[in-house]
Design a protein around this ligand. Structure first.
Ligand code: ADP
Length: 260
């Protein structure tokens, strides 16, 4: 089942008298339940892509379909509603409320759900804190937690609404290598156990190997799309022309190779 589809998406930002072309003719689809890495150098368009998939922004032209809804031309209210029901976010700077405890941070997105009882809310939050191994730290404020622990709070917060898709913008950029690997392994574990789709961006090629699908982006254009089978990346070249296709024959052992 498909969870996200982009069709001939262009995104421009006005900048003074000029426009910046952030995305140029981007088309691909993402199956539900995958772990997908969007990789590319700084300024290549990763955040722009995540903002579109996360219903934070709309394309200048083309179509973006998220969980069956075309976001093109949607009002900010309709986008906010779709976002709240469909997407969870994880940021490189964690973005926790500094005055709220770990537990309160995780609980926060549920406070909008007026039909949910306090008991049910507590149950969900406690279960998630347990899952990310932070039950003991529930009453700690963010500044009493390590970077890795803060990111685990952020993961629990992203999951508490049971979103279909979790978007993580460079989730390991502010963590040391080992802690970053732990965070990626946790996301993968949650993906396997819950079927939640995870999409993360990174400029670090090493991090890509934690994913099972891969989109390489440069200068606002998709350069290659890959899927991992038996530890090897297969380049899905055809995705560049149409959203779905059989695997291309090109086989590469690493993800650094370009297929154009
Ligand atoms: P990445 O996440 O890969 O670093 P971005 O998606 O943030 O890349 O940016 C892609 C391009 O769009 C860059 O050239 C960037 O400067 C430009 N850009 C991004 N957001 C804006 C904005 N709000 N206004 C103007 N230019 C922007």
């Amino acid at each position: 089942m498909e969870i996200v589809r982009l069709e001939h998406v262009y995104k421009e930002y006005p900048l003074g008298a000029h426009t910046v072309q952030a995305l140029t003719d981007v088309s691909f689809s993402i199956d539900a339940g995958v772990v997908l890495a969007i990789a590319g150098p700084s300024g290549s368009g990763k955040s722009t892509l995540l903002n579109l998939i996360g219903c934070i922004d709309t394309p200048s032209s083309g179509r973006v379909i998220v969980a069956g809804h075309d976001i093109t031309g949607k009002s900010p209210d309709a986008l906010a509603d779709l976002r709240a029901r469909t997407v969870g976010f994880i940021f490189q700077t964690f973005n926790l409320f500094p005055v709220l405890t770990a537990k309160e941070n995780v609980e926060y997105p549920l406070l909008q759900r007026h039909n949910m009882s306090k008991q049910e809310r507590n149950k969900r939050v406690e279960r998630l804190l347990e899952f990310v191994k932070l039950s003991k730290y529930a009453r700690h404020l963010p500044n009493q937690l390590s970077g890795g622990q803060r990111q685990r709070v952020a993961i629990a917060r992203a999951l508490v609404t049971r979103p279909k898709v979790v978007l993580a913008d460079e989730p390991t950029a502010n963590l040391d290598h080992k802690t970053g690997e732990g965070i990626l392994a946790l996301m993968k574990d949650i993906n396997r156990k819950t079927g939640t789709t995870f999409i993360f961006s990174t400029h670090d090629q090493k991090v890509v190997d934690f994913a099972d699908h891969y989109i390489g982006i440069e200068d606002g254009q998709v350069r290659f799309l890959g899927v991992r089978r038996d530890g090897k990346w297969l380049i899905r070249d055809e995705w560049l022309q149409k959203a779905r296709s059989d695997l291309a024959e090109t086989r590469v052992s690493g993800v650094g190779a370009h297929v154009r």
